[in-house]
Every structure is written in C-alpha cells, then in structure tokens.
Ligand binder design. Structure first.
Ligand code: DGL
Length: 253
C-alpha cells in the first residue's frame, strides 16, 4: 500500500542535510521531516550513554509525528544506537549511515584517511567495520574534534574551516589517495579538504544511504505514489529560524 506519510531524517544538527539532498534527488515526491538536535549538538565528543539517550529521544519524537521510516543521518548516532533502535521499534524501517570504508579500500594501492567524530571512531561498530574490510589496507584514522561544531556555526568552505583543516590534515598531505568522510557534516567542507590534500578521491555514505531508503520502502510497498513534489518540514530543538536558514543554504550547496 503506497504511503504519503513522511520520511523522517535525523541528525545531531545540520549534517544530515547532506543525506537529505540525495534523498530528495532520488525520491523527490516523498514528504520529509528533517530534525536536527542542534540544542545538544555536536554529539561527537559526548559519552556513549548521552548519545544513546539523545538519539532515542529524537527518534521517539519523529515516530510520534507518524514517520513511515526514520533515517539516522548521523554516523555517530548510528554507531551508538542503531541496533537498540531497531530492537525497540520493531517493524519501523530505520536506516543508518556508516563510514564508506569498503569502497575506499577496494581500490588497489589505496592509502585511506578516515575523518569522523571521536565517538564514531571509538565505537565497537567502527572496529567491526575495520576488521571486516580493512585488515590488509593502509588506513589512517583522524578524529576531528571541532569540525562538526564549526559547520554548525555556519562555516563551510571559508578561512576558519580552512585554517582548522590545514592544521589537522598537515600530516597527511601527499600520503593519502582517498578520504572517507565518516560524518555527515563533512561533505559541506570537501572543497577545502581537496584544496589541502590535492588529488584525492572522496567517499561519503550519502548516495548509498539514499538508495537503501528507496530499496527498503519499495520492499515494504511504502513508497509515495504522488506525482508532485513532496514537502519538507525542518524542525530543531534549538533556534528554529537560524537552523532553518542554515539548512536551506546547505541544501543548495
Ligand atoms: N553528523 C554527525 C555524524 O555523522 C555528528 C556530528 C556531531 O554531532 O558531532 O557523525
């Protein structure tokens, strides 16, 4: 049975917009609710228990708004909470995002840099991903303590971001061939990453996640059969006007 109920997309803040962009390209006639927990962002330096609690609270809210599926458009929240969420919500489709290690290491001779939040890199789920795909590969891990916060403040490819990235990426200049953006905020600064690291290939999980949402909804016959463009409601736990303005700017990037 086709459904016009909304697809909910959740992130700690504005990062999930990088996934929403791909979703609206692939499934333009769906209705979307985007929720960023910007009052509590960034999640990446918080404890496991904190991230789990905040993620459950946010998803509860989205379920109460009749979402037909929830996209955890946040690597940090996915690493910490996706198994628990799926167990808790039973039949509700919950789709997460993970660092795109597999495609990055599958290229011969790849020297890979994984950029992500400290929380994502310290979770068991990430260790399992590395063990499964990257045992015989050269992979450097870079916890980016301040990057999501800077992007939440509206800094994208500007001097503030370039100076921070210049500092943390300096050891890898000339030493890596690919970069995995293991946080949904980071695609918004990929121009600066490329400007610093030169000719590197960038991998992020956005397109894969969008395709997975489509596949899951199709399997459950839950795709919207409307022939007109769907709606988008942007919600936040923080300052609504400022948040919506930044989200709409990032959607256009
Ligand atoms: N966008 C998030 C991620 O993909 C979280 C960033 C943060 O809140 O620290 O990991």
């Amino acid at each position: 049975m086709a459904s016009n109920r909304p697809i909910a997309v959740f992130d700690s803040g504005v990062g999930g917009i990088s996934i929403l962009r791909k979703l609206t390209e692939l499934l333009p006639n769906e209705n979307y609710i985007y929720f960023g927990d910007s009052k509590n962002a960034p999640y990446g330096s918080r404890s496991h228990d904190d991230i789990r609690r905040l993620t459950f609270e946010s998803v509860d809210k989205l379920v109460s708004l009749s979402a037909k599926a929830v996209v955890i458009a946040c690597n940090t929240a996915t690493s910490v909470a996706i198994d628990g969420l799926r167990e808790h919500y039973g039949d509700l489709p919950i789709i997460g995002v993970e660092p795109a290690i597999k495609p990055a290491v599958s290229q011969s001779g790849a020297r890979v840099l994984v950029m992500a939040t400290p929380a994502t890199l310290s979770e068991e789920r990430f260790a399992a991903l590395m063990e499964r795909y990257a045992q015989n590969s050269t992979v450097h891990l870079l916890p980016c303590h301040r990057l999501a916060h800077l992007i939440e403040q509206g800094h994208t490819d500007d001097d503030v971001v370039r100076s921070y990235l210049g500092e943390i990426l300096a050891p890898y200049v000339g030493n890596v061939s690919s970069v995995v953006l293991g946080c949904t905020h980071y695609p918004f600064v990929q121009k600066s990453i490329k400007a610093i690291l030169g000719d590197v290939e960038i991998f992020d999980g956005a397109s894969g996640t969008a395709r997975e949402v489509k596949r899951r909804l199709a399997c459950l016959s839950l795709l919207n059969d409307s022939s007109t463009r769907g709606t988008l409601d942007i919600l936040t736990s923080g300052d609504a006007e400022q948040f919506e303005e930044l989200c709409r700017r990032l959607l256009e990037l």
